[in-house]
Design a protein around this ligand. Structure first.
Ligand code: PHE
Length: 338
């Protein structure tokens, strides 16, 4: 048996086919189901047990060697012999699939571009934060429910290090690092411990904005946000501010835009109200300014924050939030031309 294997090995090593056709017949002769090497495997049954290990290894090596040799010869032969190359120069070239921007990137860039035009500058920072920047300095009381395990992914058992739940943390860092006037925009990923469904995810994206200077008023905020809404959703868009609550702003509001899908007549998306809620906003609470050593008697400011997924869903009529994270090319392809 061993002799047989060695002989076949020699034969394999001396393969010298003239062209691809000859090579193919060698492949069939040695490696096909009924080929010389496969037959060896059948004979393997009769090898005495004490020789099985050695013989088995040798047969496997032989098979590997033959496959390698054939592959190498195939490459050499197909590269050199003209008769096997069939080129039709009049055929159109092979098509490549073009990539496209993710809808969340498109919307994110659009939001940034609109605020860039009125002087807001992008600031980014860490996703792993401490309690002080995500909650404490934002005036969250010690026992505020948002600090609860339900909403926040804590990293350390003392609950001090966590995944940021909003990008307001970036604004605290920005106010700590620079002096007013501050006009900053902080886009980024945020995390909340929520069950994943069509309307919620444990990971989503926000853009938050902050303006701090002398004499900044609620009217300034309203005008800025109205400008944004019209640029984003169209000239005819109207806005509405409803009283709300956030620990870090006082007064606080929730901003709605008129439903662009039904023209305020009422539809399933706006739940027949004619309005779509798109962001939270308000005047920066004096306690927040104090926490970052900005004198609230001298300076005031406004802040706002919105979810990028929410804006993208409204703009493109996407009904399920999970689609943003599945990366199904049939979904992504639709944004190729936007
Ligand atoms: N940080 C708030 C949130 O994550 C949004 C917000 C930002 C609200 C700024 C008011 C002012 O929901």
């Amino acid at each position: 048996m061993i002799e047989k294997i060695n002989k076949l090995l020699e034969e394999v090593e001396s393969f010298a086919p003239a062209d691809i056709k000859e090579l193919e017949s060698l492949r069939i002769e040695y490696l096909s189901k009924k080929g010389k090497i496969s037959v060896l495997f059948n004979d393997f049954r009769n090898v005495p047990p004490e020789q099985k290990k050695e013989v088995g290894e040798k047969i496997n090596k032989l098979k590997q060697k033959a496959a390698e040799k054939i592959n190498i010869l195939k490459e050499q032969l197909s590269g050199s012999s003209d008769e096997n190359i069939d080129i039709d120069l009049s055929r159109p070239g092979a098509k490549f699939d073009m990539g496209s921007r993710h809808p969340l990137s498109i919307i994110r860039n659009e939001i940034i571009e609109i605020f860039n035009r009125i002087g807001f500058i992008v600031t980014e920072d860490r996703e792993i934060e401490d309690d002080a920047h995500n909650f404490g300095k934002l005036n969250f009381p010690e026992n505020h429910p948002a600090r609860d395990m339900q909403d926040t992914f804590f990293i350390t058992p003392d609950m001090n290090i966590l995944l940021r739940t909003h990008t307001s943390s970036v604004q605290i860092r920005e106010m700590e690092a620079s002096k007013p006037p501050i006009r900053s925009l902080s886009p980024g990923r945020v995390y909340r411990n929520e069950a994943i469904c069509a309307r919620a995810h444990c990971l989503f994206h926000q853009v938050e904005g902050l303006y701090v200077d002398t004499g900044v008023s609620f009217a300034d905020m309203k005008q800025t946000l109205m400008f944004f809404a019209k640029e984003m959703f169209g000239e005819k868009t109207e806005i509405r501010l409803r009283p709300s609550f956030f620990p870090f702003t006082e007064p606080s509001a929730e901003m709605d835009v008129s439903c662009t899908l039904c023209g305020c007549k009422g539809c399933a998306v706006c739940k027949h109200t004619g309005w779509l809620e798109i962001m939270g906003c308000g005047m920066v609470d004096p306690n927040v300014l104090k926490a970052v050593n900005i004198d609230p008697k001298k300076y005031s400011g406004y802040a706002f924050g919105m979810g990028i997924e929410r804006i993208a869903m409204l703009k493109y009529g996407i009904k399920d939030l999970r689609m943003f994270f599945e990366n199904d090319v049939r979904f992504l392809n639709q944004f190729a031309k936007i």
